[in-house]
Design a protein around this ligand. Structure first.
Ligand SMILES: Cc1cc2nc3c(=O)[nH]c(=O)nc-3n(C[C@H](O)[C@H](O)[C@H](O)COP(=O)(O)O)c2cc1C
Ligand code: SF4
Length: 492
């Protein structure tokens, strides 16, 4: 499914800018160390960061594979300051090929992952893991099957159809099936119509469902268990996923109108994210890094705005978060209608565009769209008297941009996601004064389209190159290599 794009369709091209010499790089803000954690116990060797990116390489049971190891080894060879391992599910439930950490049986695989990545960076790169909870979303059903099987026939439907309670359900379903869409939309309620058009999606406000009502009771323990396993597996810390379309971001969102003390006002919306963090902190202790990824804005009508995000960030930093990584948008509410048999995807609407903007854009362009709001959020944390580091991301691809993020106080750490996928050696090349050898990301979102279809994520700049290379793993269809070729000039 094509992603949403701004109407202006102005084409923007990533620029190399001026690359530093080796000596200039050594003195750059970007390559100065930064101590993370309450006692500064976790030293980032530099202020560069590869944010979480799901490559769809785990088994159907969520277990680390040799392809997962290769993927993180390859990023670690470029030796960024930190790598955040992809969104990893905290529950012990089937989640497709998404990594999981919801049971102790996942620890050995994750241990292998940290060992492989640590070895590949020579111990230089810190390793964090993003831990996530998400609610259920179903695929868009076929109309006939939805009306004849999935829909629960209620008295409301019978009343709308003028069918008595005594009439068998099969007849009521037959009547529903015979309706035109115009008639059907009046007969179904809003959520039923949505389930038919988009696939049923749970919300944190569905407190009539016991498992949704009980989220505040369940999630602190689940996140704390996952964090403990992350520590056991050798990660340097955890990133609580409080961003995008998932459970915790939905608690922070202005769309959270829960009336049980966990929604409505700012303090109520922040309550569960705070309690989850406290549970994690209590479990892993002060000497373990625990931070979060959150949004600077929902980028939705009626969603969370930057002023609110700034308040949340200061609040969470005040509770003792060790870092705050800032993303934007990526919500379900404005996602495109999926094809029948597919689930809605949160990066297909305008808020999705804000999260991963591509090269066709408006006048603001895809580079640094999140920097101004990120600066505002960081300023609120500083105004609260806290020096919690923040991570800024979004279209960062050249040295000058990354350096200016730090110089202008838009963030304390520069995160490069797609640019690191395009060229995992970006960090090594820039440090070595060889920035002119960087392959710049095209921001076409070829990788994102693969991600959307849950296909193994690769980059178009290198996935057809040297497919004959000995020992190289290929995609399931055999057409693409799964990791970037080695940089031949490495450390020459
Ligand atoms: C293939 C792919 C997978 C991603 N997976 C995640 C994820 O698991 N968790 C997350 O918080 N963000 C995820 N993102 C978003 C990135 O971390 C990042 O915020 C976004 O791409 C914008 O940064 P960039 O312009 O440097 O790419 C993903 C992005 C891509 C391209
Ligand atoms: S496929 Fe490669 S070049 Fe294209 S947007 Fe993704 S990382 Fe950038």
């Amino acid at each position: 499914m094509a992603m949403w794009r701004p109407a202006e369709r102005i084409k923007h091209v990533a620029q190399a800018g001026r690359w530093p010499s080796r000596e200039q790089a050594r003195q750059a803000l970007l390559f100065q160390p930064l101590a993370l954690g309450r006692n500064g116990h976790c030293l980032l060797n530099e202020r560069t960061w590869v944010p979480a990116m799901v490559p769809w390489r785990a088994t159907e049971d969520g277990v680390v594979t040799s392809d997962v190891l290769d993927w993180y080894r390859r990023f670690a060879e470029g030796r960024p300051g930190a790598i955040v391992v992809e969104a990893t599910g905290i529950r012990d439930i089937p989640s497709g090929p998404l990594l999981r950490i919801g049971h102790d049986r996942f620890i050995p695989g994750l241990k292998e992952l940290t060992r492989a990545a640590r070895q590949a960076s020579g111990g230089y790169t810190r390793l964090f893991i993003q831990i996530i909870d998400f609610l259920s979303i179903r695929r868009r059903p076929q109309r006939d099957r939805y009306l004849s099987e999935f829909l629960r026939v209620t008295q409301r439907h019978r009343d709308q159809l003028g069918i008595a309670r005594s009439v068998p359900e099969a007849e009521a379903r037959a009547a529903l099936l015979s309706l035109s869409d115009e008639e059907l939309i009046k007969t179904l309620d809003e959520r039923e119509w949505e389930a038919l058009q988009l696939g049923a999606r749970e919300r944190v406000t569905d407190t009539h469902l016991p498992h949704i009502r009980d989220l505040p009771e369940k999630l602190p323990g689940l996140f704390a268990d996952a964090a403990e396993r992350a520590r056991e597996a050798g990660f340097d810390g955890v990133e609580l996923h409080y961003a995008h379309a998932y459970t915790m971001a939905s608690f922070l969102s202005a769309l959270n109108t829960r009336e049980d003390g966990y929604g409505g006002g700012l303090e109520e919306r922040a309550r569960l994210p705070g309690e989850v963090f406290q549970a994690v902190r209590d479990r892993v202790g002060d000497d373990y890094v625990a931070g979060c990824r959150m949004l600077t804005e929902d980028c939705l009508n009626g969603g969370m705005e930057t002023g609110e995000a700034a308040w949340f960030a200061a609040h969470l930093a005040g509770l003792g978060m060790d870092f705050i990584s800032l993303s934007r948008g990526g919500k379900f509410e404005d996602a495109k209608q999926p094809k029948v048999g597919w689930a809605a995807y949160p990066y297909t609407g305008p808020s999705g565009y804000e999260c991963m903007p591509s090269y066709y854009s408006d006048a603001r362009g895809p580079f640094g769209r999140n920097l101004e709001p990120a600066a505002e959020v960081r300023a609120a944390v500083r105004a609260a008297g806290l020096d919690t580091p923040t991570v800024a991301v979004g279209g960062i691809h050249n040295f000058e941009q990354a350096e200016s993020v730090l110089a202008r106080g838009e963030g304390d750490i520069a995160g490069l996601a797609r640019q690191a996928l395009a060229d995992p050696d970006w960090f090594e090349k820039v440090r070595a004064g060889r920035g002119n050898q960087v392959r710049l990301c095209l921001y076409t979102n070829y990788c994102e389209a693969l991600d959307q279809r849950h296909r193994q994520v690769t980059c178009e700049l290198w996935d057809r190159e040297n497919l004959q290379e000995e020992g190289i793993a290929l995609s399931r269809d055999g057409k693409r290599r799964l990791i970037a070729p080695r940089w031949r000039n490495q450390r020459s």
